[in-house]
Design a protein around this ligand. Structure first.
Ligand SMILES: Cc1cc2nc3c(=O)[nH]c(=O)nc-3n(C[C@H](O)[C@H](O)[C@H](O)COP(=O)(O)OP(=O)(O)OC[C@H]3O[C@@H](n4cnc5c(N)ncnc54)[C@H](O)[C@@H]3O)c2cc1C
Length: 213
């Protein structure tokens, strides 16, 4: 475990924010997560939001109602410190290992974080990102993705590209069978989308998922 100094926190909505930490030579592969928090049990998993080549380390965090660590992270100020452990996880993404470089990224809420790291690290990829949120204001840093490659699904208002959940959007749309699919976010979405993708003929070996809760 190492101590990392906070460079800044950037508020994206009332409940969601990006914490930028000093990198301190921490190496990770885009898609992996780190443990962030304080000694003892006040540590939680967060996907790395920044790219492999950035000279800082970022995480995207939503303050959960009644949540212990996310509420403490929200109050962090520049110059304060947190403990970081890792990286961990097999939700890794390196385009070189795929014969067919066609990618579908499906995220709910802050589950967009590893995909943000992917696009910061690997430019010029053929990907489609389907991001499910309740309100359009939760389109976290969408300007960092190519506009033509992103579909915002809003379930709480008709302000996105699609009104409804990501599962409804994917059920209605064609997906090539050789697409490499990455799913990240809440477990309900991941189970639903997994069933939709396999029913469309996508092999299980082409689907990788990261469950947040
Ligand atoms: C591999 C992995 C990567 C993760 N990456 C991220 C990330 O990049 N960004 C991020 O914001 N979170 C991420 N999470 C979730 C994060 O680890 C914490 O669970 C979350 O911040 C809540 O911690 P807490 O201490 O505030 O809440 P706690 O005090 O631990 O829990 C409070 C309650 O909230 C529920 N809960 C936990 N997470 C959520 C959620 N997202 N939405 C609604 N309810 C929830 C818990 O089940 C519990 O009932 C990730 C989880 C995993 C397993």
């Amino acid at each position: 475990m190492r101590t990392h100094k906070v460079i800044q926190t950037r508020q994206l909505t009332e409940s969601t924010f990006v914490v930028r930490l000093e990198r301190n030579d921490l190496n990770f592969q885009t898609g992996q997560f780190i443990l962030v928090g304080w000694n003892g049990i006040d540590r939680r998993e967060y996907s790395v939001y920044s790219g492999e080549h950035d000279d800082y380390l970022e995480v995207l965090v939503r303050e959960v109602d009644g949540g212990k660590v996310s509420a403490k992270l929200k109050k962090l100020k520049a110059g304060e410190t947190v403990q970081v452990d890792g990286p961990f996880g097999f939700f890794k993404f390196s385009p070189d290992v795929y014969k067919v470089k066609k990618f579908l990224f499906v995220a709910t809420g802050t589950g967009i974080s590893p995909f943000h790291s992917f696009v910061r690290t690997h430019g010029g990829m053929e990907y489609r990102l389907v991001h499910g949120v309740r309100l359009a204001e939760e389109a976290y840093d969408h300007h960092d993705f190519e506009a033509k490659r992103i579909t915002l699904c809003t379930s709480g208002e008709m302000k996105g590209d699609f009104y409804g959940r990501v599962s409804a959007y994917l059920a209605e749309n064609e997906i090539d069978k050789d697409t490499n699919c990455f799913l990240c976010g809440n477990s309900v979405m991941i189970y639903e989308v997994f069933d939709i993708l396999t029913a469309k003929g996508i092999p299980v070996s082409n689907i990788l998922s990261e469950v947040y809760f």
